[in-house]
Design a protein around this ligand. Structure first.
Ligand code: SF4
Length: 323
């Protein structure tokens, strides 16, 4: 036997290979390289490639790899969200109205391919430490009485749920009756619809994080007041500092306006990314609104596909993603 004699070939490990390639790409990016050329001369954006590799690292090779790299023409016509519930039965209502106050424009949108500061960070470290930090904030929320009315009427505080290392956070309005009972966001009918959207992305609730503008249910499901949102803003800030997501999807006008501090109609904020604290922010309609007007599901699916492309997630074919 020689030193070069072949040995048993180790099993193919896509996650390890993806990690190694990502590290090489990060090294290139630190050297100032933003794209590379394939053998056919095609330019490939390193940020997008990194996103795809990160997905492989976390989830293994996607079933529809070709769709991830080269979306076909008919994919833009796919509407998995349309299959979630019954066809529309009512006339479409206007997008969630904004109060008749002085318009505060949304911040300037950013390029969908721009790199956010958090993307450059290796946030996939020490999830248990992150969870421990979240647990401390969660306990503070449970003890909070800053909003006198909410603290005296709530059953449970609704801190948030999901993966402390999530790349993606869904940001909703405020807890409703079901959430108040269970202490978890998005568990009612709107929550079930959000689950379908998450599944259509090829993800699960365990892989993302879900939270709301405030942690306590406003009586009668009224909108949270600006003062209540202000009282709770510190908790949100600390949650996001711990999780360090790359993306936040604001669900509905209340969440979008609260997070981006504007009152631009939600219909004008869709299909583009904003940037806040190094996080890419996408705004779309709230699942509860889709229950009232199912025709808007197609708009939301368009927004979600816009997000998935930027995240490097494979777009499912028409029959995939939602059952
Ligand atoms: S909504 Fe937030 S700030 Fe207000 S009482 Fe609940 S936890 Fe405290």
């Amino acid at each position: 036997m020689t030193d070069t004699e072949p040995t048993d070939t180790p099993p193919f490990d896509a996650a390890r290979l993806a990690k190694a390639v990502r590290q090489r790409l990060q090294s290139l990016q630190r050297s100032g390289v933003s794209s590379i050329q394939t053998q056919t001369g095609q330019s490939v954006d390193l940020h997008q490639l990194q996103n795809q590799l990160q997905h492989i690292q976390q989830h293994g090779l996607p079933e529809v790899q070709s769709a991830a790299l080269q979306p076909s023409a008919d994919e833009s016509d796919t509407t998995p969200v349309d299959t979630i519930t019954n066809p529309p039965v009512t006339a479409p209502a206007p997008p969630n109205p904004t109060p008749a106050t002085t318009p505060t424009p949304a911040p300037e949108p950013i390029s969908s391919n721009s790199t956010t500061p958090s993307t450059a960070q290796e946030s996939q470290v020490m999830p248990s430490k992150k969870q421990a930090e979240l647990d401390i904030v969660c306990q503070e929320v449970a003890d909070c009485t800053a909003c006198v009315e909410l603290a005296s009427t709530r059953n449970k505080t609704v801190f948030g749920v999901g993966n402390a290392n999530a790349r993606l956070v869904f940001y909703g309005e405020a807890p409703g009756a079901d959430e108040d009972k269970q202490g978890e966001p998005f568990v009612g009918r709107a929550g079930k619809l959000l689950n379908k959207i998450i599944e259509a992305m090829g993800l699960t609730r365990d892989e993302i994080y879900i939270l709301n503008t405030i942690k306590c249910r406003p009586p009668g499901n009224r909108n949270p007041t600006p003062e209540e949102q202000q009282n709770c803003a510190g908790f949100l800030k600390r949650q996001l500092e711990i999780i360090q997501p790359e993306y936040i999807v604001c669900l509905g006008a209340v969440a979008s306006h609260s997070f981006l501090e504007c009152n631009t109609p939600i219909g004008k904020m869709r299909q583009q990314f904003f940037e806040k604290n190094g996080i890419k922010v996408l705004c779309t309609f709230h699942p509860a609104y889709l229950l009232r007007d199912p025709r808007r599901k197609r708009d939301v699916w368009d927004d979600i596909q816009f997000l998935m492309k930027d995240m490097g997630l494979p777009i499912p074919k028409k029959s995939e993603g939602v059952t």
